[in-house]
Design a protein around this ligand. Sequence first.
Ligand SMILES: Cc1ncc(COP(=O)(O)O)c(C=O)c1O
Length: 326
Amino acid sequence: MIGVRNLYIKNDTTNPSFSFKDRPASVAVSKAREFGLRIVGCASTGNLASATVAHAVAAGLTGFVLMPDTVELPKVRQASIYGGKVILVDGTYDDVNRLAYLLVDTAEVGIVNVNLRPFYVEGSKTMMFETVEALGWRAPQHIVVPMASGALFGALYKGLHELEAFGAISDADTVFHGVQPTGCSPISTAFEKGADEVTPVRKPETLVKSLAIGNPGDGIYALNVARKTGGTCQKVSDDETVEAVKLLAKYTGIFAEPGGAITVAAVKQMRENGVIDAGDEVVCCVTGAGFKVDEVVEQVSGPAYVVPARLDKILETLQTNQPLSH
Ligand SMILES: Cc1ncc(COP(=O)(O)O)c(C=O)c1O
């Protein structure tokens, strides 16, 4: 359907809090506990929030999240269900992140993606360990990764090279492709321009809110990874991303949020632009579950038929779209 024969999905929609963020949050929260911190939180575009509070509260710590007030409602509710203190800030993710940096200077708190960030990255790299294991202990030819801050992208590269150093694989020559939504694509724009610096996007405009980081902390590292592996940084429109949500659901049974399915849209685009060949092996990282984004659930779901409690009505409804045969 998208032009490649050897496509693999690394499905992180089924983690405990339904995104890949359980990986970084679990390691960072464990470290916070080891350091004796009692209060642990995060700055989040939505997914890290639930992962952080779920792990923190279960570990007996106080969990809190700082998020922009534009985050999707299911993500706000999910974070509060775990017992976390949810603080919504009237501003962008970058405003939230700045406040998080000020907070760690002022109070004795752990913030998983600020003062615990090195440990956070250690968690994310396990996605590469599992990918290599699933392929029978070899590196994939191409990997396609959603980018917000760019941390996951760099973590996967780190994980791959650690496996090589450890002797688990002999050829860490995977080509890394990062993907951002067109309405917030500071890393991909720098890649396109051949720039060495990432110019922040002041006001992200995209429905792919989980990837809406205008000033990506790991942007320069992500650029380096794309360049030194012979990879690329892609931009994908919101419409193509929503199409990919539908395609992925229909052909694989995986219902992803746009921030996860964007990699599938990117592969289609990369085939059309000749970046990859039909016979190439591609791993798409699908990093978050679809139910977290109500706006997209509405856009991609079909109608439900309401009928009286009668068998003939059910048969009639089934036959409207396809003839029934025995
Ligand atoms: C679903 C999803 N995928 C990917 C990412 C990218 O993460 P990073 O900030 O490590 O680039 C995020 C970030 O929030 C996300 O929520």
